[in-house]
Design a protein around this ligand. Structure first.
Ligand SMILES: *[C@@H]1O[C@H](CO)[C@@H](O)[C@H](O)[C@H]1NC(C)=O
Length: 458
């Protein structure tokens, strides 16, 4: 009961704070390009309530706007190092937000969350209303939705700015993954997101499926909307010269696995790569069970496999213990599982050397897509991907550039087939499909869509 009462109260306080700020001195409005810049210069505030260094899509938006002569203020947290091209670009200014406070163990979520949101409202509203020049566009990433959607739509109204919402996913579905679908906070954030989502001037989505869904209740968005698919960064490229494979493997494989390089090169051992956040929404047990079943295949002796798992996360230690126990018990013959945490460039090179990528992404909304598969295709790597959600077919084409699975048994079957002699031809076909898919890059996707809408590309 207390929960239900706290939130309307907080919304009232927020409303009051913003209203008072508005009354005290109303912000200037956008009426043409900033003085001194060329006629027709487009000023865009790109806003993400997250770490800029880990927001690749907003980084690409900013770089694309700047490349076409737009002036960008990129607003977000400065935690990990941002993409170097952002820092070197004269058309981009980073306007950092103070990092959000971390919740101390002793303070309950229900007390801490509103406090954190209030701080964010204060910093954001001030920056967008007074700290920065009024812009022609605010391009905001959703999620996080709270409080960005509310603040951005209010500021846009006050400053005569157009709001473009870039839908990566939904905040409330992510929250329901951690809090449970019936939690009052989840219901409230769904109402919030549906209401403020309708205040955009233009909408971008990561899939066609998401665009279709946003047109229907409960979202019921009526403004113009286009899907802009994610594309691989230029660092992800297939290997053009096979002789570099050896050199790359020796450089990037963990020390304990370097002795396996000759077997990987002559094909008597296969290399499978997966990257995981080691959280329950990427259920690693599916992959582990599949490898156990693969090792136990009785009709043929399976080709030995080296599986490299990259990424950091909470369940990593637990699974490493399980893997060690299974290996010691002899349940993973012909399968070697190793973990690695690689610099970005080495990860990209490793993908280009692998035989198959495995993706365990389970979409909370059912309509987003895993960036890691986009990157695998960029490196020319075919994938076996969890396929139990609506939008997966917009990226992974069954039998074209990869294979889909929903259970460990299905994944084991795919591994037996594609890594064995019998599946060699098919794997080669999938690889060609992956290379083809990965050739389509961000610029093509962006210039003809967002560039035209923003008036940067004619
Ligand atoms: C910055 O904008 C100008 C046009 O105003 C453009 O010619 C130039 O290429 C842009 N620079 C970068 C690095 O994107």
């Amino acid at each position: 009961m207390a929960v239900i009462l706290i939130y309307p109260l907080i919304l009232c306080i927020l409303g009051l704070v913003v209203w008072v700020a508005y009354l005290v001195s109303s912000p200037s409005q956008y009426d043409g390009p900033p003085p001194g810049s060329g006629k027709g210069t487009v000023l865009v505030h790109v806003l993400v309530l997250g770490d800029i260094g880990r927001s690749p899509r907003m980084t690409y938006h900013a770089l694309s706007i700047a490349k076409h002569g737009g002036i960008v203020n990129l607003i977000g947290y400065l935690e990990s190092p941002p993409h170097p091209d952002l820092l070197n670009n004269p058309n981009i200014t980073i306007s950092p937000l103070p990092s959000p406070p971390k919740r101390p163990q002793s303070i309950p979520f229900i007390v801490f969350a509103p406090w954190k949101v209030l701080l964010q409202v204060y910093h954001l509203a001030w920056l967008l209303a007074y700290g920065l020049e009024p812009a022609q566009w605010i391009l905001v990433q959703n999620p996080p939705s709270i409080p960005t959607l509310a603040i951005a739509s209010l500021i846009c109204r006050l400053r005569n700015t157009k709001l473009m919402i870039d839908w990566h996913n939904y905040g409330w579905t992510i929250l329901s993954g951690t809090r449970g679908a019936g939690h009052p906070l989840v219901r409230l954030s769904k109402i919030y997101e549906c209401y403020f989502g309708r205040l955009g001037f233009f909408h971008l989505t990561v899939t066609h499926a998401m665009a279709r869904q946003l047109r229907r209740p409960p979202y019921s968005i009526t403004q113009p909307m286009i899907p802009v698919h994610d594309r691989p960064a230029s660092i992800f490229q297939p290997i053009t010269n096979p002789s570099t494979r050896r050199e790359i493997l020796i450089r990037v494989l963990p020390d304990a696995e370097k002795a396996l390089v000759p077997r990987l090169l002559d094909g008597t051992m296969r290399l499978v790569v997966s990257s995981t956040s080691w959280t329950p929404d990427e259920d690693f047990s599916i992959f582990l069970d599949a490898l156990i079943q693969y090792a136990a295949t009785s009709d043929t002796t399976p080709t030995p496999v080296l599986a490299i798992i990259t990424g950091k996360g909470p369940q990593k230690a637990m699974y490493l213990d399980q893997i060690a126990a299974l290996t010691a018990a002899g349940r993973l013959p012909n399968v070697r599982i190793a973990t690695a945490f690689l610099p970005f460039a080495d990860y990209a090179a490793l993908l280009a050397c692998a035989d198959l990528g495995v993706c365990l992404h389970m979409s909370s909304s059912g309509v987003d897509l895993p960036m890691k598969v986009v990157d695998m295709f960029g490196a020319g790597l075919p994938v076996a991907a969890y396929a139990g959600y609506e939008s997966v077919g917009e990226l992974v084409k069954e039998g074209g550039n990869g294979r889909g699975f929903e259970t460990a048994g299905e994944l084991a079957g795919i591994l037996v087939h594609l890594l064995g002699d019998e599946g060699k031809g098919e794997l080669e076909r999938l690889r060609k499909g992956a290379v083809k898919e990965g050739k389509r890059r961000w610029d093509e996707e962006w210039d003809g869509k967002v560039g035209i809408i923003m008036g940067l590309v004619s």
